[in-house]
Design a protein. Structure first.
Length: 290
């Protein structure tokens, strides 16, 4: 809950005699750099995996957002993607993330402190009720959401990030305090090539799934290995994503997702197709930051 910058500058130049170019004039013409930076990003992905789990039932995702940063280290942004209601967002098909924090580098080291809020407009959390084995009467209501605080540390091309849930984890009843640990590496090979590696682990505090026959918790580990190539500002990527999440549909395990979920008059309806949401998959992407 887990990026290439293109800048385009237009300038005009006028020919003048060499003797007219004086140091004071050149300095007066120069404008001070702005302390503010605003960027946007847009990408198309063959599948959307959040922490290794399928969010679009294997279908493509169009994603994009906007980011603001200040030279002091303060930043804020918004990011969005289409999702499948079957991933736990009944009646919803959009994810909106809002985040902010403070980030600073100290030589080869970096520190990132912030928070993020995941929101799924139009969704209904009610179908997530009564799935907690520790509290069979636990229920959910309202719009599906999730709030986390995080701290990130980095050294050169390696980063470690810890996220802590201050709300129920994506509206799952009695799951407040869940956490996720993310270890990632992004290495520049030169000539526009790069490699990415990631390993993460989810610990769903207190939550025990009532429907699983093989395991009563939803904790899992995910990993990714990929390669990227910068083609004139467009970043093309290919990555293999996998997990050990429990998604066996024949055993009704937690990470077996249907293609849709709807909710009406107190009744939840699930689509007729199912998939292991944690299965291994290759993801192809093309994105740009501008």
């Amino acid at each position: 809950m887990n990026k290439s910058l293109i800048a385009l500058t237009l300038a005009g130049a006028f020919a003048v005699p060499a003797f007219a170019q004086t140091a004071p004039a050149a300095e007066a013409a120069a404008e001070p750099a702005s302390p503010h930076t605003l960027t946007g990003n847009l990408g198309l992905f063959s599948s959307y995996r959040f922490r290794g789990i399928d969010q679009t039932f294997g279908k493509p995702a169009l994603q994009g957002g906007i980011d603001y940063s200040h030279e002091s280290g303060i930043y804020a942004g918004n990011w969005n993607s289409n999702v499948s209601s079957g991933a736990g967002f009944a009646e919803g098909n959009l994810e909106m993330d809002f985040y902010g924090g403070w980030k600073k580098t100290f030589g080869d080291f970096g520190l990132d402190l912030g928070g993020i809020y995941y929101y799924y407009p139009g969704s209904n959390a009610s179908p997530l009720s009564y799935t907690n084995r520790k509290d069979p009467g636990a229920s959910s209501s309202g719009t599906v959401d999730n709030g986390e605080l995080y701290i990130g540390l980095s050294w050169k091309f390696i980063s470690l990030k810890y996220s802590y849930g201050v709300t129920d984890y994506f509206s799952l009843p009695d799951s407040k305090g869940s956490s996720y640990l993310d270890l990632s590496a992004n290495y520049d090979l030169g000539d526009g090539w790069g490699i990415q590696a990631h390993a993460g682990h989810l610990y769903a505090s207190k939550y025990k799934y009532a429907g699983a026959t093989g395991s009563d918790n939803i904790n899992y580990t995910d990993w990714k290995l990929g390669v990227t190539k910068d083609l004139g500002g467009w970043l093309v990527g290919l990555a293999y994503v996998d997990t050990n999440a429990k998604g066996n549909c024949s055993s009704a395990e937690f990470y077996c997702f249907s293609n849709s979920i709807s909710y009406s008059n107190g009744v939840s309806s699930f689509g007729g197709k199912t998939k292991d949401a944690g299965r291994g998959i290759a993801v192809l992407s093309v994105s740009r930051t501008f």
